[in-house]
Ligand binder design. Structure first.
Ligand SMILES: [Fe+2]
Ligand SMILES: [Fe+2]
Length: 177
């Protein structure tokens, strides 16, 4: 299908495409590191959904970026705007705030702490991405694309909801959101 995109639409869709790429990269990488199988499953599932978003956006852009599948994204420390993960201490920096959950002695506590940091990072990432979809939706003239972006945004909000639910149920410390 071919769409005549405005310059603005093209720019915003490209932005969202790169956001989705980061989401795929983060969820896939974090799924490997997660200690709780439930977290691992959730991250793997969301990685697949982000890949669907990526494919959809790519299609709207005319497919000219199809060579850059998310799975080929380079893994690295500079994963995204939301924060960076470093070392075994798992300190996450988000601008002025630093995420540090409860600290209890033992391996289990350390595993919880690592999962908690990753969940917190993804919650913030989802919130950011959902916000940028707001702008994209408002600026999109094409009704088909607009509706698809609304569906994608709904998915992002569901991702955030599921992560927050898990964190709440597991008594994980939450910083400002
Ligand atoms: Fe997404
Ligand atoms: Fe998402």
């Amino acid at each position: 299908m071919t769409h005549q995109l405005t310059q603005k639409e093209r720019m915003l869709l490209s932005d969202q495409l790169s956001h989705e790429e980061i989401c795929i990269q983060k969820y896939s990488g974090y799924a490997e590191k997660a200690k709780d199988p439930a977290v691992r499953n959730m991250f793997n599932q969301f990685a697949r959904e982000e890949q669907n978003h990526y494919n959809m956006l790519n299609q709207f852009l005319g497919g000219q970026m199809s060579g850059e599948q998310g799975s080929q994204v380079q893994q690295g420390g500079q994963a995204g705007k939301a924060g960076s993960l470093q070392g075994s201490g798992f300190t996450l920096n988000f601008g002025e705030s630093q995420v540090q959950g409860r600290y209890v002695a033992g391996d289990q506590a350390k595993a919880d702490q690592q999962d908690s940091s990753m969940l917190q990072d993804m919650l913030m990432t989802e919130k950011y991405v959902s916000g940028t979809y707001d702008t994209a939706i408002f600026e999109t003239v094409n009704p088909t694309i607009r509706q698809s972006l609304q569906h994608i945004q709904e998915d992002e909000q569901k991702h955030g909801e599921a992560i927050a639910k898990y964190m709440k149920e597991h008594g994980m410390y939450q910083v400002q959101q």
